[in-house]
Ligand binder design. Structure first.
Ligand code: ZN
Length: 375
């Protein structure tokens, strides 16, 4: 007869292994859906239709080209039809989501935290990779995350916030989101005040076109996109200023005149128009002063979501760790000349990384730092 305790232990062990594999596979499958979100969200495409296809040749993928992790490895990162390279980001996102879900399952077991944190991890991975490529954080991730955080804290106050009832859970979540939004908004405001402007010099003249509140800046290198002035110049202090080498406003020659564009007005020489009534402006310049965003509004909203899920202490922690990580990586990139000065470095990925550290070690870290449990 086998020892019943040993049998039970083996069964428990087998069950743990079985469910760990299930969670990992599920994480990879969801990771492959996250890839669709990462690819389509910033392009405002539907995340449901059409079915997955090769971005190069457009051929729809067969089901066996769509198996998370395995297909990318089997095809060695190439399209099965046209051989075009498929970005390793697909594989990395699937692996990260699967690995993080597995780690959550091993740490929290079957619990409300597992559901909440799995959602956070997946949402934030989407934010991280969209930000890396497009320098934006979709509202679906940041505002969606904020709403989800509040709901989780109301429904599971004990597990999410260590609170005795739902009103306390709600209160702590709201304080967290206010700390995240307000705190980071203040950091952003001071940052823009201190470092908010930068004079860019160009060897070849750049051309700028402003028409009906939309602006296009073409430096001849990357394809120029037309943008809404209000989205480029978000605060009242923001402005674009330069001395025109040549150009016209309406039919008037503006060579040598100073041009200033704010979110509401266009000023050329001594003349001024409200932006929406301004005549079309075309100009070239070698030197142009642009607002420099220390931080985008998306980062503020992302911090709000973190506060809503994890409370105010997580906001402080994520802010400190993300700026530390950002400075280290930024300096390394510049040291290895992998980064061009003046190009933006997205900040969102560092906030996301910091929030992941908080999920796994936050409680222990606060206990260790303050010797009192905060959450
Ligand atoms: Zn293809």
């Amino acid at each position: 007869m086998a020892d019943p305790a040993a049998v039970l232990a083996t069964d428990a062990h087998n069950a743990l292994v079985f469910w760990s594999v299930v969670v990992f596979v599920l994480g990879a499958v969801v990771g492959s859906f996250l890839n669709v979100c990462i690819h389509r969200m910033p392009r405002s495409l539907s995340i449901v239709r059409p079915a997955s296809h090769c971005p190069q040749c457009g051929k729809p993928l067969r089901w066996y080209h769509n198996i998370p992790l395995l297909s990318w490895l089997a095809l060695r990162g190439r399209c099965a039809f046209c051989g075009a390279a498929i970005s390793p980001v697909y594989f990395i996102v699937e692996l990260l989501n699967a690995g993080l879900w597995l780690a959550l399952w091993l740490k929290f077991g079957l619990s409300p935290q597992l559901g909440a944190y799995a959602l956070v991890v997946s949402l934030f991975l989407v934010g991280m990779f969209v930000d890396l490529e497009h320098y934006i954080l979709p509202d679906e991730v940041t505002l969606g995350g904020t709403v989800a955080g509040v709901i989780f804290c109301v429904v599971f106050p004990q597990q999410m916030q260590n609170a005795s009832d739902w009103t306390t859970g709600l209160w702590q979540s709201v304080v967290g989101l206010a700390a995240g939004g307000g705190g980071l908004y203040a950091v952003r405001w001071f940052g823009n005040l201190l470092f908010g402007r930068k004079v860019h010099e160009f060897e070849k003249a750049v051309s700028l076109v402003l028409d009906k509140g939309r602006v296009r800046l073409d430096d001849g290198e990357e394809p120029a996109e037309e943008e809404d002035v209000k989205e480029v110049l978000t605060s009242r202090r923001d402005r674009v200023e330069f001395q025109a080498d040549s150009g016209q406003v309406g039919s008037q020659n503006i060579a040598g005149l100073t041009v200033r564009i704010t979110a509401s007005e266009l000023t050329v020489g001594g003349q001024q128009w409200p932006l929406r009534d301004a005549p079309r402006l075309e100009a070239t310049a070698h030197q142009i002063e642009l607002p420099r965003e220390a931080m985008g509004l998306g980062d503020v909203k992302l911090m709000m979501a973190i506060g809503a899920f994890f409370g105010w202490a997580s906001v402080l922690f994520s802010l400190i760790l993300s700026s530390l990580l950002g400075s280290i990586v930024g300096l390394l990139l510049i040291a290895f000349r992998a980064h061009q000065w003046g190009r933006p470095i997205p900040y969102g990925p560092y906030i996301v990384a910091a929030s992941f550290v908080w999920i796994f070690f936050g409680t222990e870290l606060t206990r260790w730092c303050l010797n009192v449990p905060i959450r």
